[in-house]
Each structure stands twice: as structure tokens, then as C-alpha cells.
Design a protein around this ligand. Structure first.
Ligand code: NDP
Length: 427
């Protein structure tokens, strides 16, 4: 009986993608080429002498400016190191939300442990002078190595999906157009044995790598200037805090869109492994060469914005995660919710009664606090909040579309009760 159920689940056919995102196959082609170009653009536009939008005078054309043996080995070693930490039998196991087949996947929760070990290892590397200025000096080489790795991983994922069972595919990346499926992710939860490739890449190599890149920028300043500026310390601490918080709440990721709905392809592989570490560390890289004096009042205001953003971000994410895991949790009994035909309830008070995505609002506030220490003389260190606001507005529309499909008239009712999408009384 059990075997028959498993056979049925394996042969179940995932629906073809008929509704496109990111402007369909053409948009996917543009993204596959445009994302790496943007990473390079930000590097070359923001240089020690000048950091301006049109600063593209010196773009090297020789291969050695991009590829370097040591940087490639560091990137490869980093992935091997993180994989080994992930596989250690440390930390508990958690179950994901039920898949369409009814099955639930099990995940090892030990990213926080991996981060602590990584920080200690990095501390030793800096102490023994292996990493003092390496991350700053070889930034471009490290980014290129990470790009090649992400590309190779995406090709592997696509081939793996093609060779695997139909039932493992993702309905958002199953169009039949190579570039579209390659970009969106053809398979939903690619695994090698119990090693979940998407779950691993989402939080570990890229996020921890981003914090270490920032620390590497601080180490560079300490070597060249003697002591770091308040700005670079603020940004590094804020961003480290964001990552530490994410890894501490690792289990919350199991209910997010990336894990539940998106396939694992170029979009997430490149995003997790290249985009996050190498574009999100732009502010600290900028502050190495363009330090800024901050008054005590500015520092206090920046910290206040960060704290407000964090309270909204963490409060709302934890509230929804807790509600989805157990709607009858005594901690949530003061909150109002509406029932839906699908069986799930939707919160209409607390954080989720203020706007439809309070977590995005908090995240955007924090992103502003990360760029304020860079001042306003260049727009490039503001790339992150600008891009991130656009990303989250687009993400909110994608999510709203999915919720409309899932909840139908109940979602329309919810939207009438909670009128604003992200920004209270504005949008
Ligand atoms: P969310 O955690 O916001 O989840 C959206 C889902 O929540 C919906 O699909 C719906 O799923 C459920 N939901 C919506 N409204 C309600 C409600 N009123 N009551 C209960 N459940 C509701 O999605 P994301 O994965 O986009 O975001 C997670 C976090 O990650 C956010 O804080 C975001 O800012 C952050 N993020 C950060 C990025 C970065 O690069 N730094 C990139 C992307 C996201 P269902 O009803 O099916 O459960």
C-alpha cells in the first residue's frame, strides 16, 4: 500500500508553467546575462579614486584581472567547508511544510553553528595574517570564482532535474523553454541523498560569506588606516546582526516563498552565492576608500532607524511563522484572523493587520540604515536600498498573485480589510 502511494507520488505530473514571471523567457535571458554584468558594473564603478555611476574608465580586459588561483581555491574551499559543516550531525532536524504529494522533507538546522565555526576560523586566519587584506585585494577574483561556481551549479541543477522524476519539478519553472526553466529552477527541492541543495545555499555560503567579506573590509582598514571609521563599524555590525538573526531563526525559512514555491535554478543559485555577498557588501567596500565622519546625532538616528526596522521585520516574520505552524498557539490568541476555503486562516490584526507585508517594510527600513553611514556624495552605496525596494515591490506583487490564486474571494476580502501592501498609508 505504502509502496503504491510512493510510486503514485513519483509518477505524478507537475503542471506546465503557463503564467510567466520576470517578463517570461526573454526576461530570463536578460537576467542570466544582466545579473553578472551588474555585479561587475558595481565593482568597476565604485573604485578607490572615484565612486560614481559613470566611472567606467578602466575596465581590464586581461583574464588575470578576473581569475586567480588563490581566490578560486578560497571559494572552492569555502563551499567544501560549509558543506562539511552542514552535514555534521549537529543540531536538530525540522520538517518543511507538506509538499503537493503530502510528503514532508526533513532539514538539518545547524546554520548558526556553521556561522560560529566560520567566524572563529576567519578570526584565526586574520590573526595569522592569511586574510588581513586578501578579501579586499582579491574581491573581483573572488566574485568571478563565485560566478563560475554558481553557473556550473545551475547547469548541474538543470540536468539533474531533466534526468529526475516529473513529480520533482517546480510548477513555476516547467515551461519547456530552456532559459526560463534554467533561470526559474526546474526542480523544486533538488537533493543529493539528504543534502538539500537549495536549503544549503539559501543561508550558508552566501550569507556567512557576506559577513566575512564585510569583516575583511574592516581588516583592510585596520591595516591601512590603523583604525576603522564609525560608519564601517555600524554597517558591518548591522549586516552581521541581520545574518546572525536569520541563521538563529533558520527554521523560519522553511515557510518562505523561496523554499515552498520557487525552484532551484540560476535565479536562486546566483542570488544566494554571488549577488548577496558581492553586491550587499558594497557599502563596506565603499567605506574602506571613502570614510565619512559621523556626528553622534547621526549615529543615534541611524541606530534608531535600524532598531525600528528590526522590530517590525522580526516581529512580523516570527508572528506569521508561529501562526502558520500552530494557529492555536496561546501566544497568538489576542490576534484576529479570517477563515478561508483553503483551510488556512489569514491574520488581520497585529503586524499583518497594518499592511500586507510588514516584514518587507521592516526590511526596507533596515536597508536604509545600512546606507546612511555612507552619506550622500555617491548614489552607488545606495544601490542596495533602491534595488531592494524594487525587488520587494515586485515580490509582493508575485506573492499577492499567488495568494489570489490560492485563496480567491477570501484574498479579495483580506485585501479590503488590510488595504496597504507594504508602506502604511502610501502603498
Ligand atoms: P513572506 O514570509 O512574506 O510570506 C508570504 C506568505 O505569507 C504568503 O504567500 C502567504 O502564504 C502568507 N501570508 C500572507 N499574508 C498572510 C496573513 N495575513 N496571515 C498569514 N499568512 C499570510 O515571504 P517572503 O519569503 O517573500 O519573505 C520572508 C522574509 O525574507 C521577509 O522579511 C523579506 O523581507 C525577506 N527577504 C529578504 C531578501 C533579501 O535579499 N534580503 C529577499 C527576499 C525576502 P500562505 O498563506 O500560503 O502560508
Amino acid at each position: 500500500m505504502k509502496r503504491a502511494r510512493e510510486m503514485k507520488a513519483k509518477s505524478a505530473v507537475v503542471a506546465k508553467t503557463t503564467e510567466y514571471e520576470f517578463m517570461g523567457p526573454v526576461g530570463a535571458v536578460l537576467m542570466v546575462f544582466g545579473l553578472p554584468v551588474t555585479v561587475y558594473y558595481l565593482y568597476f564603478a565604485c573604485q578607490p579614486r572615484s565612486c560614481t555611476v559613470l566611472n567606467l574608465a578602466v575596465i581590464p580586459t586581461d583574464v588575470t584581472s578576473y581569475i586567480d588561483k588563490d581566490a578560486t581555491l578560497v571559494v572552492l574551499g569555502w563551499f567544501v567547508f560549509q558543506s562539511a559543516l552542514y552535514m555534521l550531525p549537529v543540531g536538530r532536524q525540522a520538517q518543511g511544510l507538506p509538499l503537493k504529494s503530502g510528503k514532508r522533507l526533513t532539514y538539518r538546522i545547524n546554520a548558526f553553528f556553521a556561522m560560529i565555526v566560520s567566524f572563529i576560523t576567519f578570526g584565526f586566519a586574520v590573526y595569522y595574517k592569511y586574510m588581513s587584506t586578501f578579501l579586499y585585494d582579491k574581491y573581483l577574483h573572488l566574485a568571478t570564482a563565485a560566478m563560475i561556481f554558481a553557473l556550473m551549479l545551475s547547469v548541474f541543477l538543470y540536468i539533474k532535474a531533466k534526468l529526475g522524476p516529473q513529480s520533482a519539478l517546480c510548477d513555476r519553472g516547467n515551461s519547456g523553454y530552456f532559459f526560463y526553466d534554467f533561470f526559474m529552477g526546474h526542480e523544486l527541492n533538488p537533493r543529493i541523498g539528504s543534502f538539500d541543495l537549495k536549503f544549503f545555499c539559501e543561508l550558508r555560503p552566501g550569507l556567512i560569506g557576506w559577513v566575512l567579506l564585510n569583516f575583511g573590509m574592516v581588516a583592510k582598514v585596520c591595516i591601512t588606516e590603523g583604525k576603522p571609521s564609525a560608519g564601517i563599524i555600524l554597517v558591518s555590525v548591522f549586516q552581521a546582526w541581520y545574518v546572525i538573526d536569520g541563521l538563529w531563526h533558520e527554521e523560519c525559512i522553511l515557510t518562505t516563498m523561496d523554499i515552498v514555491h520557487d525552484g532551484f535554478g540560476f535565479m536562486l543559485a546566483f542570488g544566494d552565492l554571488v549577488w548577496v555577498p558581492f553586491t550587499y557588501s558594497l557599502q563596506t567596500r565603499y567605506l574602506v576608500d571613502h570614510p565619512l565622519d559621523l556626528s553622534y546625532i547621526s549615529i543615534a538616528a541611524i541606530i534608531a532607524i535600524k532598531l525600528a526596522g528590526y522590530a517590525i521585520f522580526r516581529g512580523s516574520n516570527s508572528q506569521k511563522d508561529c501562526f502558520r505552524r500552530n494557529p492555536h498557539d496561546p501566544k497568538l490568541q489576542h490576534l484576529k484572523s479570517i477563515s478561508t476555503d483553503s483551510g488556512s486562516r489569514l491574520l488581520i490584526s497585529g503586524w499583518w493587520g497594518m499592511v500586507r507585508h510588514p516584514n518587507y517594510f521592516g526590511d526596507i527600513l533596515m536597508s536604509i540604515a545600512w546606507s546612511l553611514p555612507c552619506g550622500f556624495s555617491s548614489v552607488l552605496p545606495w544601490f542596495y536600498p533602491i534595488y531592494f525596494t524594487i525587488l520587494l515591490i515586485h515580490r509582493e506583487q508575485r506573492d499577492s498573485h499567488q495568494c489570489q490564486k490560492k485563496y480567491g474571494k477570501d484574498w479579495t476580502r483580506y485585501c479590503q480589510i488590510v488595504k496597504y501592501r507594504i508602506f502604511p498609508y502610501i502603498y
